[in-house]
Ligand binder design. Structure first.
Ligand code: GDP
Ligand code: MG
Length: 174
């Protein structure tokens, strides 16, 4: 069975170099590449998950934060069911810039979209510019799930990400 409604489109958004591609790689292949190439266009990865004896296909879209490609992002987020917003805890600007993406999301998808806020690079906490509690607070105002993670180290990232997706499935089956 590969019904359209069993597909869940998930789009990763955020500034350049926050670790979007690395988080996806960690989730899909459980690997990390220090010299990961810059994404110059949107790329796609897919994975199946099971919940309640049913299979769902995750259609995961990785985007590029490069300025010139931003205008394309609005096409990629159409039909998205889950948006994953990523910032880098060592660069405050990447946190402040989330407002740009949130504006776009609101315009294109409305306020009911399921959001996951990811504070990435937790392994670099000595250089932290955004404290975890500020991330949590911001997630609360957005009604978003919050995940503190590192794509570099083996952390709770993949489990927490999947748990958030299951929460989405539960909420949408109601
Ligand atoms: P993207 O532009 O948002 O897709 O970011 P990338 O996934 O390409 O990562 C940008 C850079 O940050 C790369 O050099 C990665 O190796 C590095 N990186 C990504 N995630 C982490 C992390 O959790 N910890 C550390 N220390 N580096 C990371
Ligand atoms: Mg990338």
């Amino acid at each position: 069975m590969d019904d359209e409604k069993d597909h869940i489109k998930i789009v990763f958004l955020g500034e350049c170099d926050v670790g979007k591609s690395s988080l996806i790689n960690r989730y899909i292949t459980n690997s990390f590449d220090e010299n990961i190439p810059h994404s110059t266009c949107a790329t796609y990865a897919s994975r199946k998950i099971e919940y309640d004896n049913k299979y769902y296909t995750l259609d995961i879209w990785d985007t590029s934060g490069i300025e010139t490609l931003r205008s394309l992002t609005k096409f990629f987020i159409r039909d998205a069911k889950i948006i994953v917003l990523v910032y880098d805890i060592t660069r405050k600007r990447t946190f402040l810039e989330l407002d740009y993406w949130l504006d776009l999301i609101l315009k294109e998808l409305g306020s009911n979209i399921f959001l996951i806020l990811v504070a990435n690079k937790s392994d670099l906490y000595v250089n932290e510019e955004i404290r975890e509690r500020d991330g949590i607070k911001f997630a609360e105002t957005l009604n978003a799930k919050f995940i503190l993670s590192s794509a570099k180290e083996i952390t709770n990232w993949s489990d927490s990400f999947e748990k958030a997706i299951i929460d989405y499935i539960k909420a949408s089956n109601k």
